[in-house]
Design a protein around this ligand. Structure first.
Ligand code: AMP
Length: 271
């Protein structure tokens, strides 16, 4: 794949990269479709990146289904799949990490120490390997988007970062590979995230601007769900991830599964 992308380089055809950890769903495929519209060559990477998982997180049990992933990508019209092994990505002796400060520090950065360093390092390496013109990320992981944009600017990586809307289930739950961990009662309870975001968006559109009041709208809905335990529910600036701002961001544990979601309150909630 690496060789292929180098072979394509220089002939004027633009390369779009969709980085994923596999266990693909319609959210990932929406990124592929957008990349397909905007580039002559589309490459997806599948790599469950060990260094972005903390001790005690789900690296070992993260869902992996390569056959189904390859099949979905083929049908979506992908040109190539970059699927390095852990040993190829981090060979013995490799010791470089990309550390983004500021935007990577609060919220997910605090809840998951080292997570964004792992993300920034692997994305830098994927950019180096595939040399894309554009890379596609989901708004679902809003802080990841902000970290990747910051890093790409700061390191002059020369890749255009394209952000795609969150794809949701009919009841509002954002698609995520981790939804597979939810038991049926947990799956029902998990709707509290999108439901809280919808209520906060409605409050905002009625004129509510107080950050504390908007936070209370989020908290009230989440706290009403017995199976949910709030990690954070904040209203932040989408670039700095500090208050004040208009991006509502949530991390909630439903049973044993940690789910995240977000919505820009100035926009209507979909559905
Ligand atoms: P992951 O495989 O979870 O690392 O996700 C790979 C990419 O897909 C990331 O840029 C995610 O933000 C994006 N993504 C994940 N879930 C969704 C979704 N429901 N809608 C749109 N993009 C998503």
């Amino acid at each position: 794949m690496l060789e292929a992308s180098r072979r394509w380089r220089g002939d004027g055809r633009r390369i779009g990269l969709v980085p994923t950890m596999g266990a693909l769903h319609a959210g990932h495929l929406s990124l592929v479709a957008e990349a397909r519209r905007e580039n002559e060559i589309v490459i997806a990477s599948i790599f469950v990146n060990p260094i972005q998982f903390g001790a005690g997180e789900d690296f070992n049990r993260y869902p992996r289904d390569l056959d189904s992933d390859a099949d979905m990508l083929r049908r979506a019209g992908i040109d190539g799949i970059y699927r390095p092994s852990v040993e190829a990505m981090y060979p013995p002796g490799s010791s470089t990490r990309v550390h983004v400060s500021g935007v990577a520090d609060p919220l997910e950065g605090t809840a998951r120490p080292g997570h964004f360093e792992g993300v920034a390092t692997v994305v830098t390496k994927l950019f180096g390997a595939v040399e894309p013109d554009r890379a596609y990320f989901g708004q679902k992981d809003a802080q990841q988007v902000a970290v990747v944009k910051r890093m790409t600017r700061d390191l002059d990586l020369g890749v255009e970062i394209c952000v795609c809307s969150t794809v949701r289930e009919p009841d509002g739950l954002a698609l995520s590979s981790r939804n597979a961990y939810l038991s049926p009662p947990e799956r029902k309870a998990a709707v509290c995230l999108s439901s809280a975001l919808r209520l906060a968006t409605e409050a905002y559109s009625r004129g509510e601007r107080g950050p504390e009041q908007l936070r209370q709208v989020l908290r009230a809905r989440l706290d009403a769900e017995p199976l949910a335990k709030v990690d954070y529910a904040e209203i932040v600036d989408p670039e700095t991830f500090r208050s004040p701002g208009t991006l509502a961001v949530l991390a909630v544990r439903v049973g044993g599964t940690r789910l995240i979601d977000n919505h820009e309150l100035t926009r209507p909630f979909p559905g």
